[in-house]
Design a protein around this ligand. Structure first.
Ligand code: ADA
Length: 560
């Protein structure tokens, strides 16, 4: 399963994942041996590759002719793609989709090879030993699209609320793959209503991508909200001389996110965030969670009376975002970055690969109504130059790609951050009662006061991380550190004052589930896991589960 809905009816597509591919590791004790590895999956979940760090080659055949587009939803973490032994694409990050367009393939069987490398190196600088696990493999879906002479490359939908009327900007990219101009008609359907992109045919120049954008009024549509997450399929189709040539279907929602002073408004109402940070991680599947496992996470998060998820610290699988769209769960989607130091941010590849990750994140995830904010650079160097300017550059990149949503970054440079003027929303990670002593209410207010004095103007404030650890099954009535009782006690003292402070938009608890960490990460992490989940890695509830559920139940999704 690639998406929770069918993206094409006319365009011929073939899912190349959900099958076994040949795999040959380049190193390790099984070097040169041929395996059958399921795609998508994490190599480390095969017994022979439990701790493999290195490269290897995945191979499979496919049948095609003419123009094709291959879309990889996620390869962890460096990919080098070949078709019939011809190099066609590099990609340097596990968490964003990328695509390869090949024109005029001769009819017949072709060989697709993907060299995959999960080792830490200076080629792919967003991946390093970290407080989460970087896996290896083709970890998300792969789709083969068989294209004709002209096709719909992408469709972007921006809902706009004008009083009681919903309008929407529809931006479409059409690529003409031939040496001749092509005249075609573009139409689309939303909520059983047909809309045209122009009364007459449109001329699409040869060998180029044409971008068109128009605003339309949509009558009788229902808004997307946390309580009633109504979704519509936007079905775009392209005809040449009245003949259907191509189509593309997107799932969209009518909702508006705005910042007003220190408030974040969803459809005009001030939202309160009751959220969790969630790593894409599971002891059986690694970061390649199957659909049902994603569904189980969503069910627990809803059961906890939570209303938001932060995709700490990288863009998530589109299938999971589809589920958040359907469940009415708000998403802070974050470009891939966690805790980079000066030596990381000084690397020549750092800004180019960060830029590419942001471009791909917004390009592929733009239409998800659940995404209410974009995030970057979690706990990176934001207290001094030149790294502060990197925050400015990346946030400007996001603003230019999508001005319809706020943006932010999670700071941990307590009272020393010099970047709060750049984002539209200020966010802080803080761990009083766990890493530091202190009264949570006072620590929170001190952070809010610092932000109000250093952000240039009043902005919304989010506690992007707060939490504490517990080892599942370690029970101590004395509430010892790492006991389940201890975590339940501290979390109650951490969360309640945050939700009670009306100057704060809300909280993302660190974290939903325990997650594995990289083998080279600081060894103090018990069980080689970050144990701050309120469920363990198997999603078994700790005592804090009901404590958090109860606190979240006392606060609504909106400030009155
Ligand atoms: C930081 C970081 C998280 C996690 C957390 C922790 O806030 O952003 O990824 O490492 O600390 O568990 O200490």
């Amino acid at each position: 399963m690639i998406r929770a809905f069918k993206t094409n009816v006319y365009r011929m597509t073939e899912v190349l994942s959900n099958s076994f591919w040949d795999y040959v590791p380049d190193g390790g004790e099984h070097q040169g041996q041929k395996y059958e590895i399921f795609v998508p999956s994490c190599l480390e979940k095969h017994p022979d590759f439990a701790s493999y760090r290195g490269s290897g080659t995945f191979t499979r055949q496919f049948y095609a002719k003419g123009n094709i587009r291959l879309i990889f939803k996620g390869v962890s973490h460096t990919a080098k793609v070949y078709i019939d032994d011809q190099f066609v694409k590099y990609h340097y990050n596990a968490y964003t989709p990328f695509e390869v367009l090949i024109k005029d393939l001769p009819e017949g069987d072709h060989t697709l090879k993907v060299e995959v490398d999960n080792s830490f190196n200076n080629e792919s600088v967003l991946h390093k030993e970290n407080d989460y696990m970087t896996y290896g493999g083709i970890t998300r879906g792969v789709v083969l699209e068989k294209l004709v002479d002209i096709y719909i490359k992408n469709v972007y939908f921006t809902p706009i609320k004008k009083g009681d009327v919903w309008t929407g900007k529809v931006r479409v990219l059409v690529e003409n793959l031939t040496d001749n101009d092509i005249k075609a008609n573009l139409d689309f359907i939303v909520a059983d209503t047909l809309f045209g992109f122009g009364e007459t045919e449109i001329n699409f120049p040869s060998n180029s991508v044409t971008e068109l954008e128009r605003e339309y009024e949509f009558r009788d549509v229902l808004p997307w909200s946390m309580e009633a997450p109504t979704l519509y399929l936007l079905k775009m189709f392209l005809k040449v001389n009245g003949e259907m040539y191509d189509d593309l279907i997107e799932s969209v929602g009518f909702r508006e996110v705005k910042v007003d002073g220190n408030k974040i408004l969803l459809n005009g109402k001030r939202i309160r965030i009751k959220g969790f940070n969630r790593h894409e991680d599971h002891p059986q599947f690694g970061c390649s969670l199957p659909y049902l496992a994603m569904v189980y996470d969503i069910q627990q998060i809803k059961n906890l009376n939570a209303n938001a998820i932060r995709t700490s610290h990288y863009p998530n699988d589109e299938l999971f975002l589809d589920l958040c769209d359907e469940a009415g769960i708000l998403v802070w989607e974050e470009a891939h970055a966690r805790g980079f130091k000066e030596e990381d941010m000084d690397k020549p590849n750092f800004m180019p690969q960060s830029k590419e990750c942001i471009d791909e994140m917004i390009n592929y995830h733009y239409n998800h109504p659940s995404i209410f904010i974009w995030g970057i650079l979690n706990e990176c160097i934001s207290q001094k130059e030149p790294y502060a300017s990197y925050h400015k550059i990346q946030l400007e990149q996001i603003q230019n790609l999508d001005s319809s949503r706020p943006n932010t970054f999670a700071s941990n440079k307590h009272y020393k951050d010099i970047c709060f003027e750049y984002p539209t929303v200020v966010s802080n990670n803080m761990y009083p009662l766990w890493y530091l002593p202190g009264d949570v209410g006072e620590v929170l207010q001190k952070h809010i006061d610092y932000a109000n004095e250093h952000a240039g103007k009043l902005k919304p404030f989010i506690v992007s991380e707060i939490g504490c650890g517990a080892i599942y099954g370690y029970r101590q009535r004395s509430k010892e550190k790492w006991s389940e009782e201890g975590q339940a006690d501290i979390l109650e003292k951490q969360i309640a004052p945050i939700l009670a402070n009306n100057a704060c938009t809300g909280v993302f608890i660190w974290q939903f589930c325990d997650c594995q960490v990289s083998d080279g990460w600081f060894k103090e992490r018990g069980r080689l896991h970050n144990n701050k989940g309120i469920v363990d890695e198997y999603r078994r509830e700790k005592l804090s589960y009901d404590v958090v559920k109860n606190i979240f139940s006392q606060y609504g999704n909106y400030f009155e």
